[in-house]
Ligand binder design. Structure first.
Ligand code: SAH
Length: 223
């Protein structure tokens, strides 16, 4: 994949800051810069062909943590707008600093919020052409959290590993309830990350306003 010099510089700045902040707050278990490049950066960028093919210019990253996949994607795709959301304050403080260090503050923002709350905000509900989520929740839960945030023709892209097929099967009731699908599974094609898959979930119909339910209700009554 060819990255512009500006995208490369932005991603380098993000990774440098991640390594520095990781000494103080736990953002990633991976300490080796080369391994971060592969397991975090290249894994994030594996969605570039898909998202550029779909013409996505605005992206919401749910549960962004240390900024993956949203920050490298915003840099590589030169997105018009990206919002990185996480429920944990110190992670959002890292994200805001990383966005500044990467020179992306004009197009990228970080917010401390739970996905459930964001999905009730008229600014965000039904508003996003694409939602990205890596390592945030099982697909069935993610479908409930993310689909209400999608624009009518939007897509959820979930980063999954070897469990992808099983998670898709387990998510069937949620996919029906949220009017989502058909699901596509794409090989991430990242060297050394052979079992990584992108699960692509389109929205096709109106979404019941009772979704997403709170965490306790989701646990008590899985779809
Ligand atoms: N996407 C990052 C981080 C994964 S860890 C990566 O792949 O490296 C999961 C992150 O999701 C955590 O930072 C956690 O705080 C956040 N998270 C989990 N549930 C959430 C929710 N309901 N709303 C917002 N953030 C959530």
């Amino acid at each position: 994949m060819s990255l512009s010099p500006a995208a490369r510089a932005a991603i380098d700045a993000h990774v440098r800051l991640l390594l520095a902040w990781n000494e103080a707050i736990n953002l990633t278990a991976i300490r080796d810069p080369a391994e971060i490049a592969r397991a975090h950066v290249l894994d994030s960028l594996s969605a570039v062909p898909l998202l550029s093919g779909l013409g996505v210019r605005r992206l919401l990253d749910l549960g962004s943590g240390g900024g993956f996949p949203g920050l490298p994607l915003a840099a590589a795709l030169d997105l018009e707008r990206a919002l990185l959301v996480d429920s944990v304050g110190k992670k959002v403080r890292f994200l805001a600093t990383a966005i500044g260090a990467a020179g992306l503050a004009r197009s990228v923002a970080a917010e401390q919020e739970r996905a459930e709350t964001l999905a009730r905000d008229p600014r965000d509900r039904g508003a996003w052409p694409a939602v990205a989520a890596r390592a945030v929740a099982p697909l069935a839960e993610l479908v409930e959290l993310a689909l209400p945030l999608l624009a009518p023709d939007g897509v959820l892209v979930a980063w999954k590993g070897a469990s992808a097929e099983d998670e898709v099967a387990a998510a069937e009731p949620a996919l029906r309830a949220l009017r989502a699908g058909p699901v596509r599974l794409l090989d991430a094609a990242v060297p050394g990350l052979a079992d990584h898959r992108l699960v692509v979930v389109p929205r096709w119909g109106p979404i019941d306003p009772r979704f997403p339910r709170g965490a306790a209700e989701r646990r008590q009554q899985p779809l």
